[in-house]
Each structure stands twice: as structure tokens, then as C-alpha cells.
Write a protein that binds this ligand. Structure first.
Ligand code: FAD
Ligand code: NAD
Length: 457
């Protein structure tokens, strides 16, 4: 059967690519070996955010898990094969591998060919090589949301976004949680003071946070319980990262390269090392639903264009939100990444009236601004004279940080001077007024409660 576009994988990236194909009037087939919606709907964002919301609302463990199942079913019902076929996508159920550069073969022997292929096969949980791990029947994000009830005690191994979110959710549902990471802080990819706020919040809620741990065996205790280091628990949840799903795809038959990090090698245009084949989402090394979604659209647009007319995917414009309480939202460069030419404006949430009225003063807004392109290193006064410079990044820790980061993304996307945020009237008393207050300090010289400094590594 012949198509214009083949998309492999029906998660966020594949769905976005397939819909973009239909919009571009391409005969589009979406090949999937799993349910439509992928990780986000079934094992990622939707169940984890539902569990967090139910736990925050004080639901019982049983109700929270029932709410997870109901919400996943509700979201999944909007993305059935039938609904996609109605949209014009030819949904092909089966597992695909490459037979050659423009050709796929399915597990039942069917073949498909197209001049454009988008690879969107996602990622799978990565389990560390710990002696005794398999025998302890560890939970992963593929299985934890299927539990009938919450365990009395739980070790969460890995304090990245998944570990911190799930540790907080289970603790709030009454489980005795120990959060373990070999790094010396939670969320080790973020600035150290972000980690400190989140670790404090988790500890206040009773999570036993153990950091800087060395390698250890997992020991089965015979009664269904297990021990890791000196911690005993009913169950172990392993959230130590994810591996791009490239196995059994026969990528080498099509000449598609894989990098040292295990992700498919792509360039700024999302093209792989093989002409006509593009890769998007987790299989290409990104880690968020909205990144996969954006990449799907860009890949399809680029697949029909010569290299000089292609759009670039700009990872620095992708916000990242950790949905702990408080939330952590980042975009672009952190202070330590920005370099000594950048300026930083920072306001603690204790100086923001909405946070004070809500009794939620932990956290801060940190804007990082650089000189406009072509401008030399600027003094503090020089920065003010160029409208506060242009934002190159932001880090927000606050109850609603995930909502607050969007306007920073808009400013960065449009290249607006920081002063534009300061000139924009924000309703009082909103959380996002903190962003305006910080922007005002860069653009006008002073703003109550805000400190301005050169970026520190
Ligand atoms: C617990 C958890 C919470 C998360 N929370 C968030 C969040 O709040 N916000 C956020 O932005 N991101 C979150 N993520 C990450 C997000 O879920 C992923 O980044 C996103 O779903 C990746 O989409 P994708 O399309 O790249 O891959 P996937 O959704 O994994 O889709 C890939 C699909 O490809 C199919 N497939 C694989 N191989 C083949 C093959 N050979 N043939 C046919 N089909 C194949 C699979 O069936 C799979 O469904 C979370 C992840 C986890 C684990
Ligand atoms: N809110 C969100 O957007 C969200 C939420 C959850 C997950 N995700 C995505 O899902 C993916 C998986 O998340 P994750 O938190 O599992 O991965 P991660 O790679 O972000 O974090 C893994 C953590 O495990 C630790 N670790 C690794 N091996 C270890 C070991 N042997 N012993 C002890 N600690 C170990 C690391 O130090 C790190 O802190 C990521 O791509 C993440 O971005 C996103």
C-alpha cells in the first residue's frame, strides 16, 4: 500500500505528525503497536497529574486510583482509531521495523512505503543494573498506575521529575515514602536552590529524602517486602530515567544513526541521518509531550521542503514543568548556564502579594536577560537603556509556576524586550504579577522586593 507519509508511533509526537500530514493533504498512515495516546495518556502526564490532583484534594487512596483509571479512559476515548480515521488518518495496527530507507515491514509481514517517514516511537522505563532488582518485582511508571491500592510503604528510586511528583502523591495518599537518589540533591538537572525548595517541601510532608546514596543490592525479605540500603518497604518504584525506544526497529537497514545517549540522531530540522526520515519526541531525546507535539508539526512541514526552506526546532523555547507542590517551571537558560554577560532579576514569592495572601511564600521567580544580539556586555544602566534586554531563560518555583512560565515563553518566542512584560498590565493579585515585578527591575532599574545581579555560575 502506498502513502505520502508514514508515522510510526501514536503518542503525542506521532499524533501531531499524522494530523499535520492530513492538514497538508498527504495520504498519511499512522502505524502503532499500542493504544492511541502513548505514554502521556496511559503511563505519563494524565495518570500522574490525576493522582497528584486527587492526593492534593484529600481523596482516599482507593478513590485516587479509581479517578486515575476514569480520567485515563476519558482522555483515551477522544483519541480512538475510529476518531482518527474520521479525521483522515489511515490507522494501521501493528509493530513496524525498517526494511529499507523508505520502506517498513510489520510484524505480520505487511509492507508499507512512503517518501516521508516520521519516527515517533517514544521511550521506555530504564532500570538500573542492581543485583536483586528483578526479584523484587519493582514498579515502574508502566505499572504503578494499575495498582488496586497504595502500598503501606514505598521506596521511590530516582528523584527526577517522575520520582519527586510520585513521592509527593503517594505520601499525601498515606504511604510512608522514602525517596532515594545517587545525586546529592533532588531534581539534579536544575539549579541547586530549586532542589532545596522541593526537598524541603517533600520532607515537610513526611517523605524521607535520602541523597548521595551509593550502589546497593535490592534484598527480598521473604514476606513480600524488600530492603534497599537500610530501608525496608512493601514496594519499590524505579524512576531512574527512560531509554529511547529504538530496539527492534532495524534502524541500521535504513541508515538511521543513534547517538551516544541512545536517541536517534537529528539535526535542527528534525531530519535523521537518512533522507526523508525525521524523528520526533522521546525517541529523538526530548522529554515532554508539548515538545513531541511541536516536533511532529515541524517534521511534517520540513519533510516536504528543501533544506534551505526548513523550520528549526528550538528546544530552548520549550518550557519544562515539574508538577510537585510547589511547581517548578523552567525555560531556556538557567542562571548558571547563561554566562557572565547575563543579568538576573529575582523576586522571592514572599514579596509577592498573591503568595502572601495564599500563605504560600516558598519559591521565587528568576528571570535571566541577555544583551540584545549585536550588543556588547552591558552595564546595569546600559541594560535599562535597552529596555531590560531580552530574556534568555527563567526559573520559577511557586504554587502556579507552570502557568506563570507561559508569558516568559511568549516574550522569548517573539524576541520582546523584557520591558514589554513590565509594561503589560497584570491583574492584582495574581501569581504572574511576580513575573512583571521581576521584569520591571531589569527594565526600569528598581522594583520592590526584586534583586538584580550579574549571572553567577
Ligand atoms: C510518569 C510520567 C509523567 C510525565 N509527565 C509529563 C508531564 O506532566 N508533562 C509532559 O510534557 N511530559 C510528561 N511526561 C513525558 C511524556 O509523557 C513524554 O515525553 C511523551 O508522552 C512522549 O511522547 P512520544 O510521542 O515521543 O512517545 P510515546 O508517547 O511513548 O509514543 C510512542 C508510541 O510508539 C509506539 N511504538 C513504539 N515502537 C513501535 C513500533 N516499532 N511500531 C509501532 N509503534 C511503535 C508505542 O506503542 C507508543 O505508544 C511524563 C512521563 C512520565 C513517565
Ligand atoms: N512533569 C513532567 O514534565 C515530567 C514528569 C515525570 C517525568 N517526566 C519525563 O519522564 C522522563 C523520566 O523521568 P525520570 O524522573 O524517571 O528521569 P530523570 O532522568 O529525569 O531522573 C532520574 C533520576 O534518577 C536518578 N538515578 C538514576 N540512576 C540511579 C540509580 N542507579 N540509583 C539512584 N538514583 C538514580 C538520577 O540521578 C535522576 O535524579 C524524563 O524524561 C522526564 O522529563 C516529565
Amino acid at each position: 500500500m502506498s502513502h505520502d507519509l508514514l508515522v510510526i508511533g501514536a503518542g503525542a509526537g506521532g499524533l501531531s505528525a499524522a494530523r499535520a500530514g492530513v492538514r497538508a493533504r498527504l495520504a498519511t498512515a499512522l502505524v502503532t503497536d499500542g493504544p492511541i495516546g502513548g505514554d502521556c495518556t496511559f503511563t505519563g502526564c494524565v495518570p500522574s497529574k490525576t493522582l497528584l490532583a486527587a492526593a492534593a484534594a484529600g481523596a482516599s487512596a482507593t478513590d485516587a486510583l479509581a479517578r486515575v483509571r476514569a480520567t485515563v479512559a476519558r482522555v483515551a476515548a477522544t483519541e480512538t482509531p475510529e476518531a482518527l480515521r474520521d479525521e483522515g488518518v489511515d490507522v494501521v495496527e501493528g509493530r513496524a521495523r525498517f526494511a529499507g530507507p523508505g520502506a517498513l515491514v510489520l510484524d505480520d509481514g505487511r509492507t508499507l512505503a512512503a517518501p516521508r517517514i516520521v519516527l515517533a516511537t517514544g521511550a521506555t522505563p530504564l532500570l538500573p543494573d542492581l543485583p536483586g532488582l528483578a526479584a523484587a518485582d519493582p514498579l515502574t511508571t508502566d505499572t504503578v498506575f494499575d495498582l488496586d491500592g497504595t502500598p503501606g510503604s514505598l521506596i521511590v528510586l530516582g528523584a527526577g521529575p517522575a520520582g519527586c511528583e510520585l513521592a509527593q502523591a503517594f505520601a499525601r495518599l498515606g504511604t510512608a515514602v522514602t525517596l532515594v537518589d545517587r545525586a546529592d540533591r533532588v531534581l539534579p538537572g536544575l539549579d541547586a536552590d530549586v532542589s532545596a525548595v522541593v526537598a524541603d517541601a517533600l520532607r515537610r510532608e513526611g517523605v524521607d529524602v535520602r541523597l548521595g546514596t551509593g550502589p546497593a543490592d535490592v534484598e527480598a525479605l521473604g514476606d513480600g517486602r524488600l530492603r534497599l540500603h537500610d530501608v525496608e518497604a512493601d514496594r519499590l518504584l524505579v524512576v531512574t530515567g527512560r531509554r529511547p525506544a529504538t530496539a527492534d526497529l532495524d534502524l541500521d537497514r535504513a541508515g538511521i544513526g543513534i547517538g551516544a545517549d541512545g536517541a536517534v540522531v537529528i539535526n535542527d530540522h528534525l531530519a535523521t541521518t537518512t533522507a526523508g526520515v525525521f524523528a520526533v519526541g522521546d525517541v529523538a531525546g526530548t522529554q515532554h509531550t508539548h515538545a513531541a507535539d511541536e516536533m511532529g508539526r515541524i517534521a511534517v512541514a520540513n519533510a516536504g521542503r528543501p533544506a534551505w526552506r526548513r523550520r528549526r526546532f528550538r528546544p530552548h523555547l520549550v518550557p519544562r514543568v515539574v508538577f510537585t507542590d510547589p511547581e517548578v517551571a523552567t525555560i531556556g537558560l538557567s542562571e548558571s548556564e547563561a554566562g557572565p554577560d547575563a543579568w538576573v532579576a529575582e523576586i522571592p514569592m514572599s514579596a509577592v502579594d498573591r503568595a502572601v495572601t495564599a500563605g504560600r511564600e516558598e519559591g521565587f521567580v528568576r528571570l535571566v536577560a541577555g544583551p540584545p544580539p549585536g550588543t556588547r556586555r552591558l552595564t546595569r544602566d546600559g541594560l535599562r537603556k535597552v529596555g531590560g534586554g531580552r530574556l534568555v531563560g527563567a526559573t520559577i518555583v511557586a504554587e502556579r509556576a507552570g502557568e506563570m512560565i507561559a508569558e516568559v515563553g511568549l516574550a522569548m518566542r517573539t524576541g520582546a524586550l523584557t520591558g514589554r512584560l513590565a509594561q503589560t498590565v497584570h491583574a492584582y493579585p495574581t501569581w504572574s504579577l511576580a513575573v512583571r515585578q521581576a521584569a520591571a527591575a531589569l527594565a526600569t532599574g528598581a522594583s520592590p522586593g526584586v534583586t538584580v545581579r550579574r549571572a553567577v555560575r
